[in-house]
Design a protein around this ligand. Structure first.
Ligand code: HEM
Ligand code: HEM
Ligand code: FE2
Length: 478
């Protein structure tokens, strides 16, 4: 029998049990991401810090690879979370799915250890296979790449076979098609060529077409499900929005790829294509924000899981601001000429990844916490509700502080290094030494500490939320 407020795996279905395993590893890797981000940030302020022991290049690499991997773990977990609800049948091939989880986790641990232990050396064909593929964000060596592909195929089999056996909802259909694209594009990042322009050309297929097309569609599906369970929004409404968003997203995001082809040796027509289509990319993000706000208003925000809903709303705004507005700012080639590769880019990178993806995965963490504790009522008036509220506030404030600090430094670089210094060597160093740049780096670090505090509180909250609650969550759909 379900005991309210007590963590018990028998409250979960098979897919959800696997989901909480993915969520646990995701949370641990999120912690690792933050730790290595803090170290890299400290090295900006004091370049001698850990030099020769844990170099900036290594910290940065672990920081961003951990981010990609933990978000993927979070997505896989979220899909397993909703799979049985949506398809109406127990996950097909769950045993294999469990095995894939352990293999994937083991591979990630080995890869991180190799990154930390083998920091310098010649790049050869052997090092591509065994140590590092050298492509930012997806640096895993090829053996791990192949392992990842196999595990993702198992995941895909679980998802597609379950929907096929049960029923295909609109969310299910979009999800399956999106996963084909998401997995297929990953292969482009494994292609090896010594030509750096060609290498970058294919590498962007993974990075851009992931975050600005296939990942966006994936979170669109998660958002649709999230709105149905937290607000009881009708399926017809969320699925109609989902189709519109997918059409707009692919319409602008695919050719928007051109905004990475301005300066890497690709043909000049990319200036026009990239500038035009990527400028349209904020439109689907506006649609998403309108959708969430409209639904929340329409249902007068009656929800049984306030923290999850708060993070879903944070996603709608974060996605629009971090990806849409911050991306739009530097996407026209006339502007990108000055901002390319400055802290301006890092400001957008942090805000977008956090706003669009971290938020949605945290919302699913809270959905999981609720059901794991026997489906307790989780409101703003919960005992210990200050924890989820402060975790939310500190993470948002920390991220905004980092984003703004990086933006200030980015402006300074665009001005001093590019506009005044003409992108010269001297210009680069006068920008790096400028007190506005250094101030920006200091404020980023302060934002980072605030963010870290928020993370600690988040973990604590996820472990304890709803423990003393005795009211059951009433189903709003009824
Ligand atoms: C959630 C969606 C998005 C995420 C996670 C994201 C993330 C990033 C990241 C991490 C980078 C830096 C890549 C590097 O290391 O060089 C980047 C670059 C860029 N992004 Fe986004 N982005 C998103 C959406 C957008 C959108 C919608 C636009 C345009 C409207 C945009 C425009 C750009 C541009 C122009 C660059 C190149 C910056 C440069 O030249 O240095 N992004 N993005
Ligand atoms: C304690 C908090 C954090 C600190 C101190 C921090 C610090 C850093 C530093 C120093 C870099 C290297 C920048 C460079 O090469 O110039 C970096 C890169 C990056 N970080 Fe963070 N970070 C933190 C949290 C996060 C979070 C939460 C995310 C997103 C979920 C994130 C996403 C990224 C991305 C996408 C890049 C690559 C940006 C680019 O190349 O444009 N970081 N971070
Ligand atoms: Fe892009």
């Amino acid at each position: 029998m379900t005991v309210l407020g007590k963590v018990d795996s028998s409250n979960l279905n098979g897919g959800q049990k696997l989901a909480v395993k993915y969520f646990t590893v995701a949370l641990a890797l999120f912690g690792a991401q933050i730790l290595f981000g803090l170290l890299a940030g400290m090295q900006y302020l004091n370049p001698d810090f850990l030099f020769g022991i844990l170099d900036f290049s290594v910290n940065r690499m672990v920081h961003i690879n951990a981010m990609v991997v933990w978000l993927l773990f979070g997505f896989l977990g979220s899909v397993y979370w909703l799979l049985e609800d949506e398809s109406g049948v127990p996950v097909v091939g769950l045993k294999l799915g469990n095995l894939a989880f352990w293999i994937l986790t083991l591979a990630v641990v080995v890869v991180v250890l190799v990154y930390l232990l083998v920091q310098v050396g010649a790049g050869t064909h052997a090092s591509i296979w065994l140590i590092n593929e050298g492509r930012e964000y997806i640096e895993a060596p090829r053996w791990a790449d192949i392992g990842i592909v196999v595990c993702v195929l198992v995941f895909f089999y679980n998802v597609a076979a379950s929907f096929t056996k049960g029923r295909y909802t609109g969310v299910g259909g979009v999800l399956v098609l999106d996963l084909v694209a998401l997995a297929g594009i990953y292969l482009a990042g494994m292609y090896y060529t010594p030509n750096i322009s060609m290498d970058q050309h294919w590498w962007w297929w993974v990075i851009h077409l992931w975050v600005e097309a296939t990942w966006e569609v994936l979170v669109g599906c998660l958002m649709a499900y999230g709105l149905m369970v937290t607000l009881g929004v009708r399926r017809k409404i969320v699925e109609t929005w989902l189709y519109i968003e997918v059409a707009l997203m692919f319409g602008s995001g695919i050719l928007g790829l051109g905004h990475h082809y301005f300066w890497i040796g690709t043909p000049e027509y990319w200036f026009a294509i990239g500038g035009f289509f990527s400028a349209l990319e904020p439109i689907p993000l506006v649609a998403m924000v309108v959708h969430a706000v409209f639904d929340a208003g329409h249902h007068k925000i009656r929800s049984t899981n306030h923290p999850a809903l708060a993070w879903i709303i944070a996603q709608a705004f974060g996605n629009f601001l971090g990806a849409g507005v911050w991306g739009f700012m530097h996407t026209l080639p006339q502007i990108n000429l000055y901002t390319h590769g400055t802290q301006w880019t890092a400001s957008h990178g942090h805000f977008a990844f956090f706003g669009a993806y971290v938020t949605m995965v945290i919302a699913f963490f809270y959905l999981a916490a609720q059901k794991w504790r026997g489906d307790v009522w989780m409101s703003g008036g919960l005992i210990g509700a200050w924890k989820w509220k402060w975790a939310l506030a500190l993470l948002q404030i920390g991220m905004l502080a980092m984003t703004m600090a990086l933006l200030a430094s980015g402006y300074e670089q665009s001005q001093i290094e590019r506009a005044v210094g003409g992108s010269s060597w001297v210009g680069y160093f006068s920008a790096q030494g400028h007190h506005w740049f250094i101030q920006g780096m200091k404020w980023r670090q302060i934002g980072g500490w605030i963010f870290t505090l928020g993370f600690v509180l988040l973990v604590w909250d996820l472990m304890t939320i709803g423990r003393k609650e005795t009211q059951p969550a009433k189903s709003l759909a009824e």
